[in-house]
Design a binder for this molecule. Structure first.
Ligand code: SF4
Ligand code: SF4
Length: 262
């Protein structure tokens, strides 16, 4: 009798959320047709936003957005790491602490008493940080939110056992590829020269300065850009604000904003 081949089990994928607005998970759901194809190739074993299935793991690939803001988050990200063969951080929160990392520059206990009627019940950390500050991460995908095409590339790469092909150049390169006239020339401050590519130069295409939502590119020359921006009339206070938005705690942006703080 001919022996039947045992069906190969699909790789298990999980999607986790920490402190975030859910925008990066929505980018995954926004893949629509491609998501159906992904669902055909993987077992989506944990994804609270999309399914009631809640497997325990272990998982072949875990995608997670959000930042670490509570002691419980630290325990959870360690557990997720233990249960995952590959861990991918999604977006500005998971890679650099997100906009909530603005707390890292102030006294969080002051905010707590202003925001909550009973601050004594709130257990929070003094900082908001990305996953890599707590556990080893296999890949960091930047953006606020992430670009869904880049996400598709990351998932496909891990499923195929290869390195994701994500360019690490600046937004300026994307701007040039679109044939945009540089808005810095007309006096609009732009963080494009130091910001990681991925959005297709969305803001400059509409004549708006990039505010760095994809975080720092590889080896950004932030002092040089700050020098050019100052020469164009940007004040020290505005330089601090420019570098303190969605990726304020990314080391290169943090260092540059602190250099202009009085
Ligand atoms: S507009 Fe901004 S992103 Fe585009 S080339 Fe100029 S500095 Fe770079
Ligand atoms: S141009 Fe800059 S701020 Fe605008 S979407 Fe792209 S990375 Fe974000």
């Amino acid at each position: 009798m001919k022996r039947r081949k045992k069906p190969q089990s699909k790789p298990k994928m999980a999607v986790f959320k920490f402190a975030s607005c859910d925008g990066c998970q929505l980018s995954l759901l926004d893949l629509e047709d491609e998501l159906l194809e992904i669902a055909g190739q993987v077992d989506i074993a944990y994804f609270r936003e999309a399914t009631s299935k809640q497997a325990e793991g272990p998982f072949d690939i875990s995608l997670a957005d959000g930042s670490i803001t509570t002691p419980h988050d630290i325990e959870r990200i360690r557990e997720v790491r233990q249960r995952s063969r590959y861990l991918v951080s999604l977006g500005a929160c998971a890679t650099a602490g997100g906009i909530q990392a603005l707390r890292n520059f102030k006294d969080v206990s002051e905010f707590r008493s202003l925001v909550y009627a009973k601050p004594e019940y709130i257990e929070t950390l003094a900082t908001s940080t990305g996953f890599a500050d707590h556990v080893p991460v296999d890949f960091e995908l930047r953006g606020c939110p992430i670009n869904k095409r880049q996400l598709l590339e990351v998932i496909s790469a891990f499923l195929a056992g290869r390195k994701p092909s994500i360019s690490s150049h600046s937004v300026c390169v994307e701007c040039k590829l679109r044939g945009n006239v540089c808005i810095m020339v007309t006096g609009t401050p732009c963080l494009g020269p130091v910001t990681h590519a991925g959005c297709g130069a969305l803001c400059p295409t509409y004549r708006r300065g990039c505010y760095g939502c994809y975080g720092p590119m590889e080896t950004p020359n932030t002092p040089s850009l700050a020098h050019a921006l100052k020469a164009a009339g940007v004040s020290e206070t505005d330089l601090v604000r420019l570098y303190r938005t969605f990726n304020a705690n990314a080391p290169e942006f943090r260092k540059e904003s602190q250099a202009h703080e009085r």
